[in-house]
Write a protein that binds this ligand. Structure first.
Ligand SMILES: NC(=O)c1ccc[n+]([C@@H]2O[C@H](COP(=O)([O-])OP(=O)(O)OC[C@H]3O[C@@H](n4cnc5c(N)ncnc54)[C@H](OP(=O)(O)O)[C@@H]3O)[C@@H](O)[C@H]2O)c1
Length: 357
């Protein structure tokens, strides 16, 4: 059987911006025999995520992710359905997910890399296992719980950068759910700002591409910042940290503004900002969701419960066609488009549903 797959066509270079042409689609033959321990799956949804930028380099700069190889199939978060199983844990028709899912329409996989998922947890929206009820949701939940030091009733103000993204949009909602009295988001378009305040319950939002962020933040956070969920790093984070209170906390989720630069992770703060951090005793510990696997099961149940109770709003961006994975990745890295006010009620996580399957 002929199937389609996406391979790495070229590397953007450690200091380059990724483009759709870094990927190419090709056809390959799928072997017709499934061996013991293997399953044949049909891909339903794939996710594009910022960490993949590091996988485009020859050296990812970290020990927990490996580089993608030129002309080899690209992999990441995926969800699909089992078509044939020779693994004792799975049956035909099971829905499964993996963090190492090849960008390929159908594929034979070692069953040991797969986990079964229960569609009831997401009311049948299987793509949510790649977003709010998956890795980004767990990142937001566990990040806030482990590093946010939120105490309900203590009048804390939370600021979230990258606030309209997969992690950020959930982190702000979770901040409220766990007891922050005020949540302010920072993101890149007026539509995203509107989406945060009118749909997700953020108290205010700042478009960092317009006006003076420091002044707006000062006005919108009159009591200073107690918790900062940092997705972006760079100038935005320096501005937020300057307005953080004594004994406050940074959740160091990601630093996307630095991913197209050859700098170590996490990038060191500029000396003046580091001085503020030390003087005010602001915590800024490295956070990696993969270090909290023991909390995944309970985290998924919590996120699912909030979603079903209507307390956690979820929006996705859905793009059809495996051939659009490269463009989807580029769009996600650069802020993409937001369909808000929505014509199709969709926003966030750019996921491609392979066409013709
Ligand atoms: N620590 C962990 O275990 C863990 C796990 C998952 C993700 N992360 C990190 O969490 C962060 C968010 O990931 P995500 O999946 O939720 O992605 P996302 O926020 O949905 O998408 C990335 C967004 O970042 C914003 N952005 C891009 N370049 C920027 C810049 N130079 N300055 C400010 N904003 C910029 C863009 O939105 P705008 O329109 O707002 O610019 C873009 O859409 C990333 O840094 C990622 O690496 C960490």
């Amino acid at each position: 059987m002929i199937v389609q797959r996406v391979v790495l066509n070229s590397r953007p270079g450690k200091n380059g911006h990724p483009v759709a042409e870094n990927f190419r689609v090709e056809e390959v033959n799928l072997p017709d025999c499934v061996n013991e321990g293997q399953v044949q799956v049909r891909t339903l949804y794939l996710s594009v995520d910022p960490y993949m930028r590091c996988r485009m380099n020859e050296d990812t700069g970290s020990d927990y992710i490996t580089p993608w190889q030129l002309s080899q199939v690209v992999d990441g978060g995926g969800v699909g359905i089992i078509e044939e199983s020779k693994h004792t844990n799975f049956m035909k028709g099971d829905f499964v997910t993996s963090f190492y899912w090849p960008w390929q329409t159908k594929v034979i996989l070692d069953g040991n890399i797969l986990e079964k998922v229960d569609p009831q947890l997401v009311n049948g929206h299987l793509s949510y296992f790649l977003g709010a009820i998956g890795m980004p949701g767990l990142t937001s939940l566990i990040g806030v719980q482990e590093k946010g030091h939120i105490t309900a009733g203590s009048n804390q103000t939370m600021v979230v950068s990258g606030a309209a993204g997969a992690c950020g949009s959930l982190a702000g909602q979770i901040g409220h759910l766990l007891g922050c009295s005020r949540v302010v988001g920072i993101c890149g378009t007026p539509e995203k700002c509107l989406f945060l305040t009118s749909e997700l319950g953020f108290d205010a939002a700042i478009n960092y591409k317009e006006g003076n962020v420091a002044e707006q933040l000062h006005k919108l956070c009159p009591a200073g910042v107690d918790v900062y969920f940092d997705n972006v790093g760079g100038d935005i984070s320096d501005t937020v940290i300057s307005q953080m209170n004594q004994n406050s906390h940074i959740i160091l989720c990601g630093q996307i503004s630095q991913y197209n630069k050859d700098v170590p992770y996490p990038p060191p703060l500029p000396p003046a900002i580091e001085a503020i951090q030390k003087e005010r005793n602001i915590t800024r510990e490295r956070f990696l969701v993969l270090n909290y696997k023991d909390k995944f099961e309970s985290g998924i149940l919590q996120l699912s419960q909030w979603f079903k109770e209507g307390k956690l709003k979820i929006k996705e961006t859905m793009i059809n066609g495996l051939e659009n994975m490269g463009a989807a990745f580029q769009s996600m890295m650069t802020g993409g488009d937001i369909d808000y006010p929505p014509s199709t009620a969709s926003y966030r996580k750019i996921i491609a549903l392979p066409r013709g399957i």
